[in-house]
Ligand binder design. Structure first.
Ligand code: SF4
Length: 217
């Protein structure tokens, strides 16, 4: 019996192809991070610690571990190297007299400006999308991140979908959502994945808000 020639349209299911695309982006990010970290004389974890301290200010080692989704022993080891290099210093934590906070030194602060730019090559690629495509992608990413958070596969993200100030779908039009923190309307393009003003909503509120948000997109 003659073999049927495969058609290019007999592709794997769409979900598998999207997962493959995301995997390729992940590999590119990993490769870029390793090469830039090595050029800066750091490991990727050390670079991520400098970046997070630059953005969020002084944090305990446990807080850094939770934000990055990396185990505390790995963070402690990287912090020891960073303190040896005089890029990070330990300072008293006013909240807990016996605990210590990690702070950037002046040299660490200078180097963090570079490590924060490591994922910048992805930003250039995102800019090739139209505004509408970017807004759709942002919403889709938020949905994927929430699913992965629920499965415990990535750290909790400070995004609108889990914030006590988020009011999804309260009006029609281009800005259907509302941020009660700044009392301002929001469209899909305004949604935040890592907001400094985020306050986790109680679970019930999160569930109701998510059902309303997800059913409308
Ligand atoms: S405070 Fe931040 S995370 Fe919360 S709804 Fe407003 S923009 Fe979103």
């Amino acid at each position: 019996m003659p073999r049927k020639t495969p058609s290019p349209l007999d592709a794997p299911p769409l979900d598998r192809r999207i997962a493959t695309g995301l995997h390729k982006l992940g590999l590119a990010l990993k490769h870029q991070t390793w090469s830039q970290a090595s050029a800066d004389g750091l490991s990727p974890t050390q670079g991520q610690i400098l970046a997070i301290l630059a953005v969020d200010g002084a944090l305990s080692a446990s807080e850094v571990a939770a934000r990055l989704g990396i185990g505390l022993p790995t963070i402690s080891e990287a912090v020891t190297t960073l303190t040896d290099k005089r890029l990070v210093r330990r300072a008293p934590d006013q909240r807990h007299p016996r605990a210590r906070l990690l702070r950037l030194t002046a040299a660490g602060s200078r180097l963090s400006a570079r490590t924060r730019a490591w994922p910048e090559f992805l930003t250039h690629a995102v800019r090739s999308l139209s505004d509408a495509e970017q807004a759709t992608l942002l919403t889709a990413l938020m949905k994927m991140i929430r699913t992965l958070q629920e499965q415990g596969q990535i750290p909790i993200s400070r995004m609108c979908a889990t914030c006590t100030h988020f009011r999804p779908r309260v009006r029609s039009g281009a800005t259907p959502h509302h941020c009660a923190f700044v009392d301002a309307p929001m469209g899909s393009q305004h949604l935040r994945l890592d907001c400094d003003d985020h306050e986790p909503a109680p679970e019930d509120q999160q569930r109701i808000a998510w059902a309303r948000f997800a059913s409308a997109v």
